[in-house]
Design a protein around this ligand. Structure first.
Ligand code: HEC
Length: 122
């Protein structure tokens, strides 16, 4: 009996982890709130214009991403979201998943999209 309870709980946890906001249909976002988050947390590396030339950028071996490159603007919001949540391993870009709420992450992505609009490559 305990086995099935533990099994069900494990399944439920994994189910919730996978379905939580990854597949959330409500992608409403607020670039104005995102701008404040960006200024507080991201600007020091990614820079005022998102060109990767923030005041701290010169300190790092791996430079912060310039959001205006074609490689970057072609990425969809799920790719950005994943990097923002988990970070980029062996770089100063650590994960923000435990520091920002899912809504704050959506907001900051919408602000980054204002700085550097999405341009899918065909
Ligand atoms: C300490 C410096 C630093 C801070 C602070 C920082 N980043 Fe980064 N970020 C980086 C670096 C360095 C990279 C490049 C990683 C790589 O080359 O793999 C990066 C990459 C990224 C990428 C991936 C770009 C791509 O092409 O896939 C995104 C998105 C991003 N940052 C968003 C953010 C957001 C949003 C914040 C604020 C919540 C933030 N970063 C804060 C240094 C930083």
């Amino acid at each position: 009996m305990w086995r099935s309870i533990v099994g069900n709980l494990t399944f439920l946890t994994i189910f919730l982890l996978i379905t939580d906001s990854t597949t959330a249909q409500d992608l409403s976002n607020n670039p104005f709130a995102g701008k404040l988050i960006y200024q507080a947390h991201c600007l020091r590396c990614h820079g005022q214009q998102g060109n990767g030339k923030g005041p701290d950028a010169a300190k790092f071996i791996v430079p912060p991403r310039d959001f205006h490159t074609p490689e970057f603007t072609a990425k969809n919001k799920y790719e950005l979201r994943s990097t923002i949540i988990w970070g980029s391993v062996f770089t100063p870009m650590h994960g923000w998943g435990l520091r920002l709420t899912p809504q704050e992450i959506r907001d900051v992505i919408s602000y980054i999209r204002q700085l550097a609009p999405y341009q899918p490559r065909i």
